[in-house]
Write a protein that binds this ligand. Structure first.
Ligand code: SAM
Length: 215
């Protein structure tokens, strides 16, 4: 697949849409402006790649809406060399945004087929997070602590283990709610025992499965 002039034009429009919707972090907008999202789509569906919409990626899962990716990435406040855990690798698009922001990315996926596909696909674009297969609702304790944790599926509650796996000063961005809507939360670990929670708008994600998810 090629990245042509028309795709670049469509990306510019997408970035404008995200700006109009309130995304203001220039690094996030630049990453989205550079990543060929159509590479993440089947050839027949390429014309949908730059719509601000979620899209099916197989195994009953979705590539998140660009606005959602931008919103979560902005909330995460990624710094160069931050160690970031992403729960829900999916297509790898969000992981690529985090890598473009300069993060060192650990990403875990519960669906074997998606894990296998994305582990093959993303390095072909020149991007190499650390890929893991398994239940990320419990985090990934082997490589903790993290500067940032981002959950890209809707959780019923905030898993304690995710807070435990954050560094002091670290940030967890997680959508929490029922099956219909989830509220975006940003949780900052102030001390080993204290967190600050900020609530943002409602989103709609596929469910976080697993032991600390929807089982
Ligand atoms: N970040 C993804 C992207 O950029 O394409 C979004 C993927 S989708 C909205 C959410 C993903 O979370 C799905 O791929 C789903 O299989 C995964 N997921 C759900 N529960 C999980 C769990 N307990 N551990 C790891 N991944 C999980």
């Amino acid at each position: 697949m090629k990245d042509e002039y028309k795709h670049k034009g469509m990306r510019r429009n997408l970035v404008k849409t995200l700006r109009d919707k309130g995304i203001s972090n220039e690094q996030v907008l630049q990453a989205i402006g550079e990543i060929p999202r159509h590479f993440f789509f089947d050839q027949a569906l390429v014309e949908h790649a730059y719509e601000d919409k979620a899209f099916p990626i197989g195994s009953g899962q979705t590539i998140s809406q660009p606005y959602t990716v931008a919103f979560q990435s902005e909330l995460l406040q990624v710094n160069e060399k931050d160690k970031v855990l992403e729960i829900g690798t999916g297509s790898g698009y969000q992981a690529m945004v985090l890598l473009k922001l300069g993060a060192i990315v650990y990403t875990i996926e519960f669906q074997k087929a998606l894990y296998e596909n994305t582990k093959q696909f993303l390095p072909r674009l020149g991007y190499q997070p650390h890929f893991f297969y398994g239940d990320g609702s419990k985090g990934l304790s082997r490589f903790a602590p993290y500067d940032k944790i981002i959950v890209t599926a809707g959780a019923p509650t905030v898993p304690d283990q995710l807070i435990e796996q954050l560094k002091v000063g670290g940030v967890l961005v997680i959508p929490v709610g029922d099956h219909k809507t989830q509220q975006m939360l940003r949780i900052t670990k102030i001390t080993e025992r204290k967190v600050r929670t900020e609530n943002f708008s409602d989103f709609r994600f596929v469910p976080l499965l697993g032991e600390e998810g929807w089982k």
